[in-house]
Design a protein around this ligand. Structure first.
Ligand SMILES: [Zn+2]
Length: 81
């Protein structure tokens, strides 16, 4: 919890992050895109996507990635986006 590198690294396991000013940017895991619009705060506490309007703190992000909380949207046919 007090190790910010761990949060960034954990998110980085899912999203390839690049430093962008005071935050990190990468391709959103919740929708398909070619231009990074997924933003992570410098310490990894907050995540936000400007493309699909995903927003959540670190715990919410991890839970959504692991399918424990809403956040990942699926097509009606069940295909993962
Ligand atoms: Zn998104």
């Amino acid at each position: 919890m007090n190790d910010t590198r761990t949060k960034i690294q954990r998110i980085g396991d899912v999203v390839h992050l690049k430093k962008a000013g005071n935050s990190w940017k990468g391709l959103c895991p919740f929708h398909q895109e070619k231009t990074p619009s997924f933003s992570v705060s410098e310490d990894g506490d907050m995540t936000h996507c400007f493309g699909c309007s995903w927003s959540g703190d670190f715990d919410h992000f991890i839970a959504a990635i692991e399918g424990k909380m809403p956040g990942i949207e699926y097509d009606d046919d069940g295909a993962k986006l």
